[in-house]
Write a protein that binds this ligand. Structure first.
Ligand code: FAD
Length: 360
């Protein structure tokens, strides 16, 4: 049996999904090596902090659209058929205010805010909400059925699926990507998959300085919102956002947020936390039965750094110092909703690099 040794660097949603898909082909002996693993909460590890839901912001006709498209069916399958993965269906409302047109958030959300986005035939029940049903201050809105992922269940679930398929997990901190060549279960590593997120900006041999943080601050509460909501903007400044999502299986409700590009600050800004909570209870009175923020039951405050890459997620192969590397990093705020699309693309690149790769 012609087995090939693969080292996946990174145990965020990108690394775990790639390892999971790759491990379905028994031809590969896989080690996932990472500084942070599911269970850790750290500013260098974006995945546990995410909402996480499926709200595409990718533009029509781009690679990102294809990755998001390819991810809906696997996530819907998890919600439908695998309750142990911690993913559930949830209604989602996208609210637009005319005054936000041209702002950074509205530009970023251009496709999401459109009454005719590419994903309207991908997600179930897409509809434009009647004007008379909209709350004051909202000029238009759409709704659809999406999914919300409880990352505290889903990331360990991905680890379990990998373990069942024989994947080995190890803690490691790499200064240079060439060090991953030593991480084979036996023999030499044939290919390294680089899923280091923001870490790709400093990892030797990669040092992609176009990867920068987009800081996200959230409040996780016990209150139930009943649906997910997202807004085209807020009255609190360009870098601020308002979104609400209730995670599956008792995971609490995430209140967000902000999108602060280039900001590495790991500590919670208490003033921003108050603004996040005020916006959430004003936009979604169900959270507190119409009462103020003192009726929010806080589980924790959090800060995560979305790994944003100029030019979009990097799914590419490259030869670095004689070592084959497939990259899958830089998904920004879309790491979950593009996860299966990007990971299958990365698996394809591994297969064509190590050809012939027949399924065994
Ligand atoms: P990470 O999760 O950061 O993982 C990187 C991994 O690489 C870690 O294991 C780390 O230890 C390892 N690593 C890095 N460098 C090294 C090194 N040198 N040596 C060893 N290991 C290394 N996305 C959505 O799709 N939907 C959402 O609703 C959503 N909401 C979000 C809300 C918040 C508050 C935040 C912060 C993000 C949100 N995102 C969402 C974005 C999503 O979380 C990210 O796109 C995704 O988690 C990135 O995953 P990753 O695996 O690329 O990186």
């Amino acid at each position: 049996m012609d087995k090939r040794n693969v080292c996946v660097i990174g145990a965020g949603v990108a690394g775990l999904t790639t390892a999971y898909l790759l491990s379905q082909n028994r031809r590969y002996r896989i080690v996932v090596a990472a500084k942070h693993m599911p269970g850790d909460y750290d500013i260098e590890y974006a995945s546990p902090w995410a909402g996480a839901n499926y709200m595409p912001v990718s533009l029509r006709g781009t690679r990102e659209e294809q990755w998001d498209r390819d991810t809906w069916a696997p996530l819907a399958d998890l919600a439908q058929n695998h309750p142990d993965a911690g993913v559930h269906f949830q209604e989602c409302e996208i609210h637009s205010r005319a005054k936000d047109i041209g702002s950074a958030t509205a530009d970023w959300f251009a496709e999401l805010l459109s009454p005719n986005p590419w994903f309207k035939d991908v997600v179930p029940n897409f509809r434009v909400l009647p004007k008379e049903s909209l709350p004051p201050g909202i000029d238009s809105a759409t709704a659809f059925t999406s999914v919300c992922i409880n990352t505290a269940i889903y990331l360990p679930w991905l680890v379990s699926q990998c373990l069942k398929n024989g994947v080995i997990f190890k803690r490691a901190v790499f200064k240079h990507i060439r060090e991953a060549a030593q991480f084979a279960p036996s023999g030499k590593v044939d290919i390294v998959i680089n899923c280091t997120g923001l870490g790709a900006s400093v990892l030797g041999g990669v040092e992609d300085t176009t990867v920068v943080p987009a800081r996200a601050q959230i409040v996780l509460v016990r209150n139930d919102a009943g649906k997910m909501m997202d807004f085209s903007g807020t009255d609190d400044g360009e870098g601020e956002a308002c979104y609400i999502m209730t995670r599956a299986a008792g995971g609490g409700t995430i209140l967000g947020g902000c999108y602060q590009k280039g900001n590495w600050e790991s500590q919670v800004d208490p003033n921003l936390a108050v603004r996040i909570m005020k916006r959430a209870v004003a936009s979604c009175p169900t959270l507190t039965g119409g009462k103020g923020i003192e009726h929010l039951d806080i589980i924790r405050h959090g800060v995560g750094l979305r790994p944003v890459r100029e030019g979009g997620t990097r799914v590419e192969k490259e030869r670095i110092e004689g070592l084959w590397v497939v990259h899958n990093y830089g998904a920004g705020g879309a790491g979950y909703q593009s996860s299966y699309g990007c990971a299958s693309n990365a698996v394809q690149l591994v297969e064509e690099t190590l050809a012939p790769a027949s399924k065994i």
